[in-house]
Design a protein around this ligand. Structure first.
Ligand code: FES
Length: 120
């Protein structure tokens, strides 16, 4: 089973292959949304552009489903490794930073540590 390593939350979570990243994050109690998304979001339809995550590592190429047409349109001015969680399916283990637009205390060190631990 894939592992999603949530760096900000310092948690590894198992999911089924092909599960939706937003659904896993919410099921596991992760705060996926910044303030705007907490006040209102589209519920996973790819319209509100508030469920950003940064993909900080993956076990193998193709660990996630390819960017959807919605993401290609909505993420044009965002870093290449950002995804919309609601549009992303998890095929194998990945390292994810939720709310990448919000600073992460000791971010560089925490990302290095997350990447340094083996993903099963
Ligand atoms: S939840 Fe609205 S774009 Fe992902």
């Amino acid at each position: 089973m894939p592992i999603i390593r949530f760096v900000r939350e310092e948690r590894d979570v198992e999911c089924q292959s092909g599960e939706n990243l937003r659904e896993v994050a919410l099921r596991e109690g992760m705060q996926l949304y910044g303030l705007k998304g907490q006040l209102g979001n589209c519920g996973g339809c790819g319209q509100c552009i508030t469920c950003f995550v940064a993909i900080e590592g993956e076990k193998s190429p193709g660990a996630l489903s390819p960017r959807t047409a919605v993401e290609e349109a909505k993420l044009k001015r965002r870093p290449d490794h950002w995804r919309l969680a609601c549009q992303t399916l998890v095929n194998s283990s990945v390292i994810v930073l939720t709310r990448p637009q919000v600073s992460l205390v000791n971010g560089k060190a925490r990302l290095e540590e997350a990447r340094g631990q083996q993903l099963s």
